[in-house]
Design a protein around this ligand. Structure first.
Ligand code: TYD
Length: 209
């Protein structure tokens, strides 16, 4: 078992998880005895960032759903072994912006790929490592999509271009998963005012410190 703390943050597009993380970072650094590392999927290390380019390229409209899944899984494996596990080994806190649950929600519930196969691939890529805690930022799909559209700075990627019903399936996929893994996955209502969302996230993380 690793010595550090592994936290993942998850949620449908437009839930605001990345902004919440940025807001919480100074507080976390203040209280955590080791270093606090933030990283993201797909990406986080050079090889996985290259895979990310391929996955999210808006011109790759021909990409098959299983190809998409396998690319996310490959990016996950490299990022985990090259960066995440070594940091945990040093006793650091690693906060991952997306991890295993994104495959379940997006490629499973969203694209309709077989969940047992996704679970197997996730376990294969991670050697069974799971986060100590996962914060799931939940927001209804209409609000999420409106937030993305309103955020002019954010680059639109291939998955953002999916229709409303795909986003709705992704959200439901997350909520179903949170019921099954309620010990690990903590649900946060991300439609609340930003300060309240930050406070809810802080209270949960605090209990793991
Ligand atoms: P990103 O720009 O990082 O979006 P966000 O800020 O919402 O995290 O793009 C990542 C996209 O990839 C996002 O739409 C979710 C999707 N994704 C999957 O479909 N499966 C996965 O396993 C992962 C990690 C991400």
């Amino acid at each position: 078992m690793s010595k550090g703390l592994l936290i993942s943050i998850e949620g449908p597009d437009g839930a605001g998880k990345t902004s919440v993380l940025e807001a919480l970072l100074p507080r976390l650094k203040e209280v955590y005895p080791g270093q606090v590392i933030t990283t993201r999927e797909p990406g986080g290390v050079a090889i996985s960032e290259q895979i990310r380019e391929v996955i999210l390229d808006v011109d790759n409209t021909a990409m098959d759903a299983k190809t998409e899944l396998l690319l996310y899984i490959a990016a996950r494996r490299q990022h985990l072994v090259e960066k995440v596990l070594p940091e945990l080994e040093k006793g650091n806190m690693v906060i991952m912006d997306r991890f295993i649950d994104s495959s379940v929600a997006y490629q499973g519930a969203g694209r309709g790929l077989e969940q047992t196969e996704i679970a197997w691939l996730n376990a294969y890529a991670t050697d069974g490592h799971k986060p100590d805690v996962t914060l799931l930022f939940d927001v209804d799909s209409e609000t999420g999509l409106k937030r993305i559209a309103a955020n002019g700075e954010r680059e639109v990627n291939r998955l953002d271009l999916e229709k409303l019903d795909m986003h709705q399936r992704v959200r439901k996929g997350y909520l179903d998963l949170a019921m099954v893994e309620s010990e690990r996955i903590k649900l946060i209502d991300a439609s609340q005012p930003f300060d309240k969302v930050i406070e809810d996230a802080w209270q949960i993380i605090k209990s793991y410190l």
